[in-house]
Design a protein. Structure first.
Length: 442
């Protein structure tokens, strides 16, 4: 493990305590380190897709190098392996590293560093954080979310995967999860389980850390319309966990869930303006696409490009405004994040369809050709179209974002609920009686 007292990113003050160096000096040092230690990214953005677990070795090595040099978790607490520096140091490093190749763990990088670790920092015990956060920063642990179930997606508090504590103190996990992005190459999953069936559904939930390779865990990949198989379903058969694996408090998992959803919907990152989409000219991807099909001078195609450009501008302005509001008033972040999420859910399908309209009737059948970059760019547009509904579902559907905005921002009346105050066991018994389906042990 790295010795955090030797971090090159810090100075020793006169009183023996470590002081953050002046920002300009830090930035100059980071620039020099980056030039010496990182490779230039080739092209505008290297396309990297995690295929099989072996692909990760190079990314993990790169992450470890950043960690060893003190450039991973720059604004995360020092006691958990971070640098404890203010957020602007993190931003400064990221700006200096633009154009260089940084570790890319695909979708699991987002869940590990953007959602799970931040949730752990907010809710897990100090011992849990000491055990896992340094390993996450070093690239040794990648995490996914075991959240959704076949019968609990939008109604997330309705999960039925169950953890029961046996007399020896071991938790026994049984049930199944679905739609877990990238679980097939993750090391751990954050799993939401029911630990109390005799209280209303939001009150009997607990989060657990589940090793992906633990005995009793089965992970299967699901083929998607794009041809990828990034999603997984998991089955838990008598998986043994301990109190050390609990994240947050037993039966108080809904509080942890609120934090997790905030990060998942971009409420955490939106405060950071360096993450926002920078101005990119006039829809350059669509300009290239129109050129590749010989329609750059076609007024109809140009009209579609301008529509995309106007939407791009409006979306950037919306995200910038949301970021400013959240920074000014962090208490609003949880509900305002729904606007940003909804903008992706509404806008992604429109943007992807514009590309297909430029391409014409053959576009949706475009295929990759390694020898032909234009064909590959076209195929990516077709794949983006097939996958363009992702953001209207993932992390809460468009309808659920609208519900949140209606209730929490606009102050409209809450959706009527028949099960909010009933013990969850009774909710399921009622549902079985209404549908005429009996037979479960619960
Ligand atoms: C790209 C992608 C990545 C994902 N990654 C993960 C992951 O890593 N881990 C994970 O656990 N899950 C993941 N999911 C699952 C995702 O969170 C769920 O699919 C989502 O919450 C919707 O749940 P559902 O599919 O069960 O749909 P349902 O909840 O069954 O909804 C069906 C329809 O009913 C509507 N609806 C439901 N309730 C209401 C209501 N109260 N008011 C109005 N309309 C309503 C919905 O909007 C939707 O149109 C992912 C999904 C996608 C698409």
């Amino acid at each position: 493990m790295r010795d955090v007292t030797q971090d090159p990113a810090r100075d020793e003050g006169q009183d023996g305590r470590t002081q953050p160096p002046p920002l300009a000096e830090y930035r100059a040092r980071a620039r020099a380190w980056i030039a010496e230690n990182l490779e230039r990214a080739s092209g505008s953005r290297v396309e990297y897709r995690v295929g099989e677990p072996a692909d990760l070795a190079a990314e993990r090595r790169l992450q470890r190098r950043l960690y060893a040099a003190g450039y991973a978790g720059i604004s995360w607490p020092r006691e958990y392996g971070g640098q404890g520096l203010p957020a602007e140091y993190e931003r400064a490093f990221r700006l200096e590293a633009r154009g260089y190749r940084l570790p890319d763990f695909g979708v699991v990088g987002g869940t590990t560093y953007g959602v799970c670790a931040l949730t752990m920092l907010a809710h897990a015990s100090p011992e849990f954080r000491r055990r896992h956060i340094p390993r996450i920063l070093a690239g040794d642990e990648l995490w996914v979310e075991f959240f959704s179930e076949p019968a609990a997606g939008s109604d997330l508090a309705g999960v039925r995967t169950t953890a029961t504590r046996d007399p020896s103190g071991t938790w026994i996990l049984n049930g199944s999860k679905i739609w877990s992005s990238g679980a097939y190459y993750a090391d751990w999953g954050m799993c939401l389980a029911r630990t109390n069936w005799d209280v209303p559904k939001h009150r009997g939930l607990t989060w657990f850390a589940v090793p992906a390779t633990a005995p009793g865990v089965t992970i299967r990949r699901i083929r998607q319309i794009t041809g990828d198989a990034e999603f997984c379903e998991e089955f838990f058969d008598n998986v043994e966990l301990s109190d050390d694996d609990v994240i947050g408090e037993v039966d108080n998992g809904w509080t942890v869930t609120q934090t997790m959803l905030l990060f998942e919907r971009g409420g955490g990152a939106a405060h950071d303006s360096s993450r926002r989409v920078a101005p990119r000219g006039i829809a350059p991807d669509l300009v290239e696409l129109a050129r590749s099909v010989g329609r750059l001078n076609d007024p109809l195609a140009r009209d579609l490009i301008v529509r995309a450009h106007v939407d791009d501008l409006a979306r950037r302005a919306l995200l910038a405004r949301l970021g400013q509001r959240m920074t000014r008033d962090p208490g609003t972040a949880a509900s305002l994040a729904s606007y940003g999420k909804l903008s992706s859910g509404v806008y992604d399908p429109i943007r992807a369809r514009l590309a297909m309209e430029i391409g014409g009737p053959d576009a949706v059948a475009w295929e990759r050709d390694d020898a032909d970059p234009a064909a590959t760019a076209q195929a990516k547009a077709a794949e983006a179209f097939l996958g363009s509904r992702f953001m209207s579902i993932a992390g809460g559907t468009n309808e659920m974002q609208r519900n949140t905005i209606g209730e929490r921002v606009l102050g409209l009346p809450r959706e009527p609920s028949f099960d909010r105050d009933k013990p969850f066991r009774e909710v399921l018994q009622d549902a079985r009686a209404w549908t005429g389906r009996g037979g479960s042990s619960r």
